[in-house]
Design a protein around this ligand. Sequence first.
Ligand SMILES: Cc1cc2nc3c(=O)[nH]c(=O)nc-3n(C[C@H](O)[C@H](O)[C@H](O)COP(=O)(O)OP(=O)(O)OC[C@H]3O[C@@H](n4cnc5c(N)ncnc54)[C@H](O)[C@@H]3O)c2cc1C
Length: 320
Amino acid sequence: MAGILVFVEQREGEIRKVSLQAISQAKREGGAGGQVTAVLPGSGIAGAAAGLGAWGADKVFVADDANLGLYSAEGYAEVVAKAVEQVQPSAIFFAGTAMGRDLAPRLAARLGVGAIPDVVALTVDGEAFSATRPVYSGKAVATATTGGKAPQVISLRPNVFAAEELGGAGEVVALDGLSLSIRAVVKELLAAGGGELDVAEADIIVSGGRGIKGPENFALIKSLADALGGAVGASRAAVDAGWISHSHQVGQTGKVVSPSLYIAAGISGAIQHLAGMSSSKIIVAINKDPDAPIFKIADYGVVGDLFDVIPPMVEAIKAL
Ligand SMILES: Cc1cc2nc3c(=O)[nH]c(=O)nc-3n(C[C@H](O)[C@H](O)[C@H](O)COP(=O)(O)OP(=O)(O)OC[C@H]3O[C@@H](n4cnc5c(N)ncnc54)[C@H](O)[C@@H]3O)c2cc1C
């Protein structure tokens, strides 16, 4: 066995932060053989690959091919499977993004091994991982293993594990011997939201719920998010009302986020919303109902009308 293989995601040639988190965590799990190998599929990405050593990769396999510029389940699975053949890792780490959630089980099925998704804590005994993940919309946590068969396929919840610049220099090697047979080709990605920061990537999120009363008041939520350099999130009630697009929804049927700071304004704290944000590091709730369930998990709570509370907050943050 040779340590941990980490699948690295890029978007338009830029490495995603969640993949750096996965590499750094793999490095911290030194017990699994020590060696961390990253595998990066894409097109024109050799330059980006060179930087991965700094985050903990000892070696980087690059699959640079015009057919791999955009995500292809078949193509990317072929790349990771080829890297597995060469590295024989004891575990493969993915970031638990849309791509990771698609690719990890596909690869596990192909290799005939188990997969553990949405992991928030890991312990290692020799080379065997025990992984902790929230279940039943975050009402309970389960600890699972893949039954000892290598490689153990594990996807890490974004923003739970820190990316750490360790200052190493990974060796970059072209991944040879690929035979790509891609039947379903993604032609184009159309980003919604005109370049807005994605909630799944953001370190600070300000979310609005039914309490903001109407779509025009997302401007108030956005003013706070902008002042903090964060992204705008929403509850399902706000999304279902047509006030904001589903790409902003946080929760069981939206995105799972773990930012450093999550501000919930006019959100009651239904279990399905908590399922998407309860692992945030600091939670601030603004709600006029002192008995709103969101206050049970909030680190800081403001009982008040969000229309009175947010404007002076924005002013104070700008003044700082
Ligand atoms: C299968 C399933 C999946 C679901 N998935 C999701 C999901 O992914 N994400 C999600 O969010 N929900 C999800 N839901 C819906 C969830 O159950 C709740 O209905 C929803 O989260 C409620 O949204 P809300 O908190 O914005 O609205 P409400 O529950 O109506 O709460 C509004 C809050 O705003 C407060 N308020 C009102 N006016 C003000 C004011 N002026 N100032 C301050 N506070 C004010 C009120 O006190 C109240 O607490 C799901 C439900 C189901 C059944």
